[in-house]
Design a binder for this molecule. Structure first.
Ligand code: PLP
Length: 473
C-alpha cells in the first residue's frame, strides 16, 4: 500500500502548498506528469541517459518523509543521497537560513564574517585530534580535490593511493580516486592515482578466514603497494573510514590505526574522507572516532548541514596548516564558506547537540536497525550479509548464500540489473524509498528517525525482500 501524506499524523508535516494555492486560484493542482514534463524539458540529469530518466516528482518533504503531487508519500531510508541527517525541513535550520538571508546573503571568502567563523569553530569542536582549521568548499568532491592538493604541496610528492570499492566524487581528481565503476568512463589514467584493496571480510581479496586475518593481510598488501610504488612518490593515502556507496564496509578493528602507522612510517599524508559518514551517520560525530584514529586531513560535506545549502570542506591538522602559514595556499572557490550554508551548518550542529542526534543514531543502530535487519536475514535467504553501524547499514543480496554469488553481477546494467530494480519497485510501492547500489540495499535513514518509523521501514523491507528471495531461487 502506498501511504499518502494526508494520513501522516506527525506534527509539523508540511501542507502541499502549491496544490492548495492552485485550487484557491481555480487552477487544477499540479500532477506528477506536469512536473515530469517540466523536468524533461530542460533539466540535464547526473549519471543518466537523458531520454530514459523518469525522476520522481517531489512536491514536499518533512522529517523522514517526502511526497509527490498526487498524495504518494515515502519514508526516506536513503536520506536522499545520504545527507539529510536531521531529516527534511527541520524548523530550526530553516529559520536560521531565513534569518541569515535577511541579514547577509553573501560575502566573498576573503572577508571575516561571524557566521563562517562560528561554523568553523563548531566543526572544529567535533573533528578528531588537532583537525582544527577549516577550509570550506561547496561539496564533497571539491573537498577531496583540495585535500589532495594540500597533501601534494605539503609533501612535494604526486601520487595518491585510494581503495578499490570507494567513491570520492565526480570532479577530475576525485573521480580518478574513486575505486568503483563510476570511474571507468572518465578514467584517463593520468591523475597519479594508484588503487589498492581494502578489507572486506565477506568477499576477502586476501583469502582471509576471519576479521583479524583480513586486517593483517590488507595492511600487508597496502604496505607492499607503498613499497612497490616508491614511498618517496606518494603524497597521500585516501580512505573512507567506513566505505559508503561502494558497500557500507566497516573496517576491522586495527585497520585504520594500521594505515595511520604506515603513513607515519613513510611520511605520507593520511586523508580520511568523511563526506558520507561524518556528522552522526555511524553513531559518532565522525566515523574515525570509533577507532580513535586522527588523520592529517579530513574531508566532510553532506551531514554538516544536512545538505540544506551546499557545503563541504577540509579539516586540516596542525602540521599541514603550518605548511601554509607563510606560504600561500594556491586554491579557492567563489562560494567558499557561503554565509547561508554556514548558517545552516551552525543551526544543524546546534540542533544535533540539543536533540542528541548522534547518540540517537548509535542507539537506533544498536537496538533497532541492527537487530531488525539481522532478524530479516533469518527469514530471507536472499540476504547474504548484514553489516553497518548507527544509521548506516547494508543488506548484501545474494543469489546463493553458500557460494555468495551476488544477486546481480558486479557493475550490472540493463536487464542484468533488473532484479534489484524489482526489489526497489517493491519498496516504493509500499511507501519506502530505498538506497540501492549494485546487489545491496543500503539503509541510511535520517539519524533522528524515530523507533516507530524504523519499524515501519523494516516491515516494508520484510515484504519487499520476498521479491529478492524469489529472484534468488
Ligand atoms: N566522498 C564520499 C565518501 C562521498 O560519498 C561523496 C558523495 O557521495 C563524495 C565524496 C562527493 O561528494 P559531492 O557529491 O558532494 O561532490
Amino acid at each position: 500500500m502506498t501511504r499518502t501524506n494526508t494520513d501522516a499524523g506527525t506534527a509539523g508535516r508540511a501542507p502541499r502548498r502549491s496544490d492548495a494555492d492552485a485550487r484557491a486560484a481555480g487552477r487544477a493542482p499540479r500532477t506528477n506528469a506536469d512536473a515530469r514534463a517540466a523536468d524533461h524539458a530542460h533539466v540535464f540529469h547526473s549519471w543518466s541517459a537523458q531520454a530514459q530518466t523518469e525522476p520522481m516528482p517531489v512536491a514536499g518533504a518533512s522529517g523522514a518523509y517526502f511526497w509527490d503531487h498526487e498524495g504518494n508519500r515515502y519514508l526516506d531510508f536513503s536520506s536522499q543521497l545520504v545527507y539529510t541527517n536531521i531529516g527534511h525541513q527541520h524548523p530550526r535550520v530553516v529559520a536560521a537560513i531565513q534569518e541569515q538571508a535577511g541579514q547577509l546573503c553573501t560575502v566573498a571568502p576573503s572577508f571575516a564574517v561571524d557566521i563562517r567563523s562560528e561554523a568553523a569553530r563548531l566543526i572544529a569542536e567535533h573533528t578528531p585530534g588537532d583537525l582544527d582549521r577549516i577550509f570550506f568548499t561547496t561539496g564533497g568532491a571539491e573537498a577531496v580535490e583540495h585535500a589532495v592538493r594540500m597533501a601534494r604541496l605539503h609533501t612535494g610528492r604526486h601520487k595518491v593511493l585510494s581503495a578499490y570499492r570507494s567513491y570520492h566524487g565526480a570532479t577530475s581528481t576525485a573521480i580518478h580516486l574513486t575505486g568503483d565503476p563510476r570511474r571507468w568512463p572518465s578514467d584517463t589514467g593520468a591523475a597519479g592515482v594508484v588503487h589498492f584493496w581494502g578489507p572486506y571480510a565477506y568477499r576477502s581479496s586476501f583469502h582471509a578466514t576471519d576479521e583479524r586475518q583480513e586486517c593483517e593481510r590488507a595492511l600487508r598488501h597496502l604496505e607492499e603497494t607503498i613499497v612497490g610504488e616508491g614511498p618517496g612518490t606518494i603524497a597521500a593515502v585516501l580512505l573512507e573510514p567506513v566505505v559508503g556507496t561502494a558497500g557500507v564496509l566497516v573496517p576491522p578493528d586495527g585497520y585504520l590505526a594500521g594505515v595511520r602507522a604506515l603513513c607515519d612510517r613513510y611520511g605520507i599524508v593520511f586523508v580520511l574522507d568523511e563526506v558520507m559518514v561524518g556528522f552522526g551517520r555511524t553513531g559518532r560525530w565522525f566515523a574515525a572516532d570509533h577507532w580513535g584514529v586522527v588523520p592529517d586531513l579530513l574531508t566532510f560535506a553532506k551531514g554538516v548541514n544536512s545538505g540544506y545549502v551546499p557545503l563541504g570542506g577540509v579539516a586540516i591538522g596542525e602540521r599541514i596548516a603550518a605548511t601554509f602559514a607563510d606560504r600561500p595556499y594556491p586554491g579557492g572557490l567563489t562560494y567558499s564558506g557561503h554565509p547561508l550554508a554556514c548558517a545552516a551548518a551552525v543551526a544543524t550542529i546546534e540542533t544535533m547537540r540539543a536533540e542528541r542526534v548522534v547518540e540517537h543514531a548509535a542507539d537506533l543502530g544498536a537496538r533497532v536497525l541492527g537487530p531488525g535487519l539481522r532478524e530479516l536475514a533469518n527469514r530471507h535467504p536472499s540476504i547474504g550479509e548484514v553489516r553497518g553501524l548507527g544509521a548506516f547499514w547494508a543488506l548484501e543480496l545474494v543469489a546463493d548464500r553458500t557460494t555468495r554469488e551476488p544477486l546481480v553481477p558486479y557493475a550490472a546494467t540493463g536487464e542484468a540489473a533488473a532484479p534489484m530494480g524489482r526489489v526497489a519497485g517493491a519498496c516504493k510501492e509500499r511507501g519506502l524509498w530505498p538506497f540501492i547500489h549494485m546487489n545491496r540495499i543500503h539503509v541510511a535513514p535520517p539519524c533522528n528517525l524515530t523507533e516507530s518509523e524504523a519499524k515501519e521501514g523494516l516491515a516494508i523491507l520484510d515484504e519487499a525482500l520476498e521479491v529478492a528471495d524469489a529472484e534468488a531461487r
